[in-house]
Design a protein around this ligand. Structure first.
Ligand SMILES: [Zn+2]
Length: 281
């Protein structure tokens, strides 16, 4: 699932590859992928890509006074290809054909079609409901007082940090890394943290910037479909904690999991597997 570091490197590479390229045509083979109908997608024909940037976990491709706001959801990817997609390509949701034969594709893997795009006036992106409701960007880290205010909520840190309206850019992978870096339990309440704990959590946001630096060093001009995510605890249950050597544990939910070091994050307690305890009820 692309989160802030993955979307940031995607936007940087696409910006370098596409800036100045002229659009020949644009179509949306994906059912219901376009959440807007005016202006129509073929309004892009003849325009040039002026920038590719990121807001929260969403890439934004700008074409002068129009902008394509994209939500990748869990399985969407935005990449440029040297050749046109085959008509049999079932993964493509939006195809932006560029002069010279290249093509920008929004593709989605798996059977579910959940990724979406909106074609908006460039000046209207900030007011779009998905953008206007975002909390402060998680990277670069907001000022400490703004961060403290954003997470002062009576909710567990794991869902709270993934709530884009509280703070923008963090998802199921990086939340585990940030909480591990801060040595905080995923089940600690946002509103029950000491100032020192808030400070540790705020400082731990640097893992997002470190991940972007890692991608800058390891990814060339071409973006792979699967980025080499430098994760140290997420999905590493059973492995030793890279810091203290204790065994990394997991709590499984219906559609995701959280991993943590019990020695450093939960005072030695191994948390109940929520999936198992629900079955036993
Ligand atoms: Zn540890």
């Amino acid at each position: 699932m692309p989160e802030l570091p993955e979307v940031e490197i995607t936007a940087r590479r696409l910006d370098a590859a596409l800036r100045g390229a002229t659009v020949e045509s644009a179509v949306a083979p994906g059912m219901n992928v376009m959440k807007t109908f005016q202006p129509p997608l073929d309004e892009l024909a003849g325009r040039a890509v002026t920038a590719v940037r990121r807001v929260g976990k969403m890439p934004v491709v700008e074409f002068g006074d129009l902008a394509l706001l994209v939500h990748l959801m869990s399985a969407g990817r935005l990449r440029v290809f040297e050749k046109r997609a085959s008509p049999r390509d079932r993964a493509s949701r939006v195809l932006v054909r560029l002069e010279g034969g290249r093509e920008l594709r929004l593709r989605e893997f798996g059977s579910k079609q959940r990724a979406w795009a909106k074609l908006l006036a460039a000046g209207a992106v900030a007011a779009d409901e998905m953008v206007a409701t975002l909390g402060p960007e998680a990277w670069p880290a907001p000022p400490l007082d703004a961060f403290a205010a954003a997470i002062d909520q009576p909710r567990h840190l794991h869902p709270l940090l993934r709530d884009q309206r509280a703070i923008a850019g963090i998802g199921r992978s990086w939340v585990d890394e940030i909480l591990w870096e801060a040595r905080l339990s995923p089940f600690k309440q946002g509103s029950e943290m000491s100032p020192a704990e808030v400070g540790r959590l705020h400082a731990a946001l640097h893992v997002l910037g470190d991940a972007i630096d890692h991608y800058e060093e390891t990814i060339g001009e071409e973006l792979p479909d699967k980025l080499p995510m430098p994760l140290r605890v997420h999905r590493r249950e059973g492995e030793p904690c890279p810091r203290c050597g204790a065994t990394i544990e997991a709590v499984f939910f219906a559609e995701h999991q959280t991993n943590y070091c019990p020695a450093e994050q939960t005072g030695g307690r191994v948390l109940k597997d929520r999936r198992l305890s629900r079955l036993l009820k």
